[in-house]
Design a protein around this ligand. Structure first.
Ligand code: DAT
Ligand code: MG
Length: 140
């Protein structure tokens, strides 16, 4: 076990649907600390850095357009194994298939859109978390 930090984004659909409180409640109820939090509209530069691993994939352009389409909330959560733990809270990528009890499974659904809108992002490894926290919170 080790204390970790992870980068969470509440995506534009979460903000637009007024689900910020519900999602943050689940993070806090799980017992993780929120050590930084900021709402802003993401720039294309931030999103290009954040989603560099997906550049060239068919959903990349719609993904960046969706993520730039409204305010997001970026936050850093801290706790033992929080990287894996938040991804468990979030559920699988496709909200139709995400397990009930998870953020995406309980609150998400598919829409007629060229990209999956699934409410939240969570870092997938220690290396990703370090890199992503550096993008969204360079002074942390
Ligand atoms: P995750 O967010 O579960 O880590 P990912 O990193 O593979 O998933 O993809 C980033 C986002 O891109 C994901 O949250 C939703 C979107 N996405 C992924 N695969 C997709 C696909 N096949 N079609 C449309 N959108 C997709
Ligand atoms: Mg990912």
């Amino acid at each position: 076990m080790s204390t970790e930090r992870t980068l969470v984004l509440l995506k534009p659909d979460a903000v637009q649907r007024s689900l910020r409180g519900e999602i943050i409640r689940r993070i806090e109820a799980k017992g993780y600390d929120i050590v930084a939090l900021s709402q802003r509209t993401a720039t294309k530069e931030e999103l290009a850095a954040h989603y560099a691993e997906h550049e060239g994939k068919p959903f990349y352009d719609p993904l960046v357009t969706y993520m730039a389409g409204g305010p997001i909330v970026a936050l850093v959560a801290e706790g033992e194994n929080v990287i894996k733990g938040f991804r468990s809270l979030a559920g699988g990528t496709n909200p139709t298939e995400a397990a009930p009890g998870t953020i995406r499974g309980d609150l998400g659904r598919e829409w007629d859109a060229p990209v999956i809108q699934n409410l939240v992002h969570g870092s997938d490894s220690v290396e990703s978390a370090d890199r992503e926290i550096g993008i969204w919170f360079p002074n942390l």
